[in-house]
Design a protein. Structure first.
Length: 376
């Protein structure tokens, strides 16, 4: 073999060895690089608030009942309640995003933030949204702080690898890995519905709330919000964690920064689609309304009002009638109607089945007719 082919063989072997080494070197793993990029911006959040409650002794209750008043004033006890969560810095000036439920405001609320390098700061609450479950905090540091850039968000693709960063159960700087399992999920917690959430099978535990979920390039996917341990029927679940999408976070942070700078923020309420397109104001049936209309609760939706000059009024729809069906779908709530109307736009044609109960010769007869409306 001549010298030239030998050099080619040696070069090929050297290149292959370098590639294999790069593939097996843990320090070169994308997940490791993403954590190294994002983790310095993650913070631990501790809150403490004082809750006062009145305590009345049994004999005071006796005097209240039989003598018109207690012998002494009721005792007022003060109790400190603490909560733990995560957050992340979104601006080098020290602005932090977390969940609203982590730092719910109350009298004498104290918020302590510990950055990833172990320094602790007192934080102040700037703004928040219970609807979005997002809050905005501010700490004052002598130097610029590492942050996660909200201008460069993850594309949020189904099946992509995601990393949950935070402080679960108080264990700081923890990482959980999974995939983006689903998008546009709705979850109800304590009668509050959160919509358009991201679902992941990465472990989200108490203390992760408010922390970032990032992809393997270190870009923000969303904010850890809630984990479902049981279904509403009590069935245990696994791998169902939910996060607020990065796009929602970015929009809210812009609003929060306006508040921080003293600008007046005018909140535009989202108009119900039934009202926007057709001029219908809807109301779910209650037991009292059920007796009035003659329809059972959960079988239709009441038309509470009709806007003058709207497509609904022009078609003869009136207050007091009920909507039993849209297209081929029976409807049971105004929320369901909003979901059915979500895909439509101006010019869309929608068939409504509108009903009323009439008494004919002493008998209650349900009369239903089809009404076709064009969205304005």
């Amino acid at each position: 073999m001549t010298l030239f082919p030998k050099l080619l063989v040696l070069a090929a072997v050297s290149f292959a060895t370098t590639v294999v080494h790069a593939q097996t070197d843990p320090a070169a793993e994308p997940s490791v690089l993403a954590v190294a990029k994002a983790m310095p911006a993650v913070v631990n959040i501790n809150t403490e608030r004082v809750v006062q409650r009145t305590v009345q002794e049994p004999y005071d209750q006796f005097f209240n009942q039989f003598f018109g008043g207690a012998m002494r004033r009721p005792r007022v006890l003060s109790q400190k309640l603490q909560s733990l969560g995560s957050g992340f810095i979104v601006d080098p000036a020290g602005y932090i995003v977390t969940n609203e439920h982590v730092v719910q405001r109350a009298a004498e609320l104290k918020i302590s933030v510990t950055t990833n390098d172990g320094k602790t700061y007192n934080a102040r609450y700037v703004a928040g949204s219970q609807e979005a479950d997002l809050a905005f905090l501010k700490i004052d540091a002598p130097q610029a702080l590492p942050f996660i850039n909200l201008e460069q968000l993850s594309p949020n693709l189904l099946g992509q690898t995601v990393l949950v960063l935070g402080n679960p159960l108080g264990y700081g700087s923890s990482v959980a890995r999974g995939i983006l399992s689903a998008k546009n999920r709705a979850v109800t917690v304590d009668d509050v519905e959160y919509r358009n959430l991201i679902q992941t099978d990465a472990a989200i535990n108490p203390g992760n709330s408010g922390g970032p979920v990032v992809d393997i390039s270190g870009k923000l996917v969303g904010v850890s919000s809630v984990k479902m341990a049981f279904t509403p029927q009590g069935v245990p679940t696994q791998g169902l964690g939910f996060a607020i999408p990065g796009e929602v976070v970015r929009q809210r942070v812009l609003e929060f920064k306006d508040i921080a700078s003293g600008k007046k923020v005018v909140k535009v309420e989202k108009k119900a689609l039934a009202g926007k397109f057709f001029g219908l104001q809807l109301q779910d049936l209650t037991p009292e309304l059920s007796e009035t209309t003659g329809y059972k609760v959960g079988t239709c939706v009441l038309i509470a009002d009709v806007e003058q000059g709207s497509p609904a009024e022009q078609a003869g729809m009136k207050r007091g009638l009920v909507i039993a069906q849209i297209g081929r779908y029976p409807v049971t709530s105004s929320k369901q109607i909003e979901e059915l109307l979500a895909p439509i736009d101006t010019g869309s044609v929608v068939d409504f089945s509108v009903g009323v109960v009439r008494r004919i010769r002493g008998q209650a007869i349900q009369q239903v007719q089809s009404v076709t409306l064009t969205a304005r």
